[in-house]
Design a protein around this ligand. Structure first.
Ligand SMILES: Nc1ncnc2c1ncn2[C@@H]1O[C@H](COP(=O)(O)OP(=O)(O)OP(=O)(O)O)[C@@H](O)[C@H]1O
Ligand SMILES: Cc1cn([C@H]2C[C@H](O)[C@@H](COP(=O)(O)O)O2)c(=O)[nH]c1=O
Length: 205
């Protein structure tokens, strides 16, 4: 039987990586021996190029294609083989990050960037079985990122407001797949909520 793909999404500083770390240590989740991964990928040719691109003034369309190439590589080398082996895969960011972030960066290039970017993925990507959207006001997430001590070029209030809006739209349009989590709660509360929802999902599927 094909495995299950669970993704963690949200704006910068919404707490996805913190949740991913907690899930890796959680006994209920560990029992399923999930494969933990992320986008942009780490330590790969495509992931390294993306890393460089987002640290510089790369053209927005070029950036979309680099993120998408990284996604193709991620699918081919890790996601598909793991799902074919029946594994549960948990990815910190995935295609919805492209729809939301590049849906914003490409606003000046294209008439309907969200649909255009979604179309680009159609026919070859794998749609997640379950997606958690960690929803938070950018004012809070930016403050959190400040404390973390690094700043990406996407961590701007107006920009993240737009990204958040697209994420919420994606979730509203696909309520079967998305679970929206109020990410302003404590890490402990969020971990409990996410574990509960994953266990419910796995018991049904
Ligand atoms: N629920 C929470 N409450 C308060 N602070 C949090 C919470 N979750 C995470 N943090 C802190 O906020 C910062 C950002 O968290 P984290 O790196 O998990 O976010 P992220 O969504 O993975 O961000 P990015 O996508 O930008 O890498 C970290 O310093 C982390 O310790
Ligand atoms: C996958 C993906 C990511 N981004 C953005 C989101 C972040 O600002 C950075 C890097 O991600 P990280 O989780 O903070 O390491 O890149 C994007 O714009 N498009 C994407 O597809």
């Amino acid at each position: 039987m094909r495995g299950k793909l669970i993704t963690l999404e949200g704006i910068d500083g919404s707490g996805k990586s913190t949740v991913a770390e907690k899930l890796q240590k959680n006994p209920e989740i560990k029992a399923f021996k999930p494969v933990f991964t992320r986008e942009p990928t780490r330590g790969t040719l495509t992931g390294n190029v993306v890393e460089k691109a987002i640290q510089s003034d790369t053209d927005q369309l070029a950036e979309l294609f680099l993120f998408t190439a990284d996604h193709a590589e991620h699918l081919a080398k890790l996601i598909k083989p793991a799902l074919e082996k029946g594994k549960i895969v948990i990815s910190d960011r995935y295609s919805d990050s492209r729809y939301a972030y590049q849906g914003m960066t490409l606003k000046t290039h294209l008439e309907n960037p969200l649909e255009w970017v979604k179309d680009l993925h159609r026919g070859w990507t794998i749609v997640p079985d379950l997606t958690f959207l960690f929803d938070i006001r950018p004012e809070i997430s930016i403050e959190r990122c400040g404390k973390r001590g690094e700043q990406s070029k996407f961590e701007k209030l107006e920009f993240l407001r737009g990204v958040r809006e697209i994420f919420l739209k994606l979730a509203a349009n696909d309520p079967e797949r998305f679970i929206v989590i109020d990410a302003s709660h404590s890490p402990k509360y969020i971990e409990k909520e996410v574990v509960k929802k994953i266990m419910e999902f796995l018991s049904r599927n």
